[in-house]
Design a protein. Structure first.
Length: 316
């Protein structure tokens, strides 16, 4: 009896690209430091992209993960480029090249700026590798070539040796392709391995949070309680009773750093923010508990894993 297919959470690419965009640029463009002003904040044009390419009526058709980013150049002028990124974890309808061309000319027409485009192909089809769109008719021809990155082509050893934090993101996607039929226990070990790869690399706390969320959730467990077990084991490694999946620890750290500097005003702000985030974290715990209850996870396991009382769980 074959195991049911695991869910791949493609929308996570949207957030991880935004959370790691400087590392993303450096990973795919080795000369990014010379071309882009990486100290200048980028602008993410998701709403503008949706206005150019609205969803089909009734959500029909294949939907893709798209990220449109305005990244400024390093020449001191107001020039900028628009990087279009598309991630596709399955072959879909096979029209990616045509859509990439449509994206290009509509974006170029609206913004009147240079556009560089990158398609990240996260599918498992070795022969599927679109990189060019050609249109010809009666002596008139058009050829549009875009950057195409096939995750299946990547060398695991090279990714592990790459100090760029985004290499862990690509490695996570590669492991998802190469190890589709593993057991939940084996998948948990793969996630621990990816976590260790993340820890080896230098990055900001926000970047580390984003990459952790990606490697932890990109491929789902068959049994939801296995995710709880994984986060508990990560907690043990961290020596804390709060998982990397919450933001409370980072806020607590920020508060302590502010106290050490003796900034009383910052302390008040930090305490207020911490109080708000604690309330938010508690609400998120209850939301998670409700989802686990719907999946049939025992109340006692939910309460223990999420740090809730039995009364709180039973009241849901």
């Amino acid at each position: 009896m074959s195991r049911p297919s695991r869910r791949i959470d493609d929308p996570l690419w949207k957030s991880i690209i935004e959370q790691t965009f400087v590392h993303f640029l450096s990973f795919f463009f080795p000369d990014a430091d010379d071309i882009f002003d990486l100290n200048r904040e980028c602008e993410y044009l998701d709403k503008e992209f949706e206005s150019l390419f609205p969803p089909e009526p009734n959500n029909k058709g294949v939907r893709y993960v798209d990220k449109l980013v305005k990244a400024y150049l390093h020449d001191g002028s107001e020039q900028f480029v628009l990087c279009h990124i598309e991630v596709q974890s399955s072959k879909g309808t096979g029209d990616l090249a045509q859509r990439m061309f449509e994206y290009f000319y509509k974006i170029s027409d609206k913004y009147k700026v240079p556009v560089t485009a990158l398609a990240i192909l996260a599918d498992g089809n070795k022969s599927y590798r679109p990189a060019i769109y050609v249109q010809e008719f009666m002596g008139t021809s058009l050829s549009y070539r875009f950057n195409s990155y096939k995750i299946l082509d990547q060398d695991e050893t090279v990714l592990r040796a790459d100090s760029n934090p985004f290499a862990v993101v690509v490695l996570t996607a590669l492991m998802a392709i190469l190890h589709r039929n593993v057991t939940d226990e084996q998948l948990k070990e793969i996630k621990h391995d990816l976590y260790e790869e993340m820890i080896k690399r230098e990055m900001s706390k926000d970047t580390r949070q984003g990459i952790y969320d990606f490697l932890a959730r990109y491929v789902s467990f068959q049994k939801p309680e296995m995710f709880i077990n994984f986060e508990k084991e990560v907690e043990t490694k961290l020596g804390r009773n709060t998982t990397m999946g919450t933001r409370e620890y980072l806020l607590e750290k920020a508060k302590n750093e502010g106290l050490e500097k003796g900034k009383l005003v910052e302390r008040a702000k930090s305490e207020k923010l911490l109080e708000q985030e604690r309330a938010k974290a508690e609400a998120e715990k209850l939301d998670s508990a409700l989802e686990f209850k719907k999946l049939g996870v025992p109340d006692a396991d939910i309460a223990k894993a999420l740090g809730l009382s039995m009364d709180q769980v039973k009241a849901l």
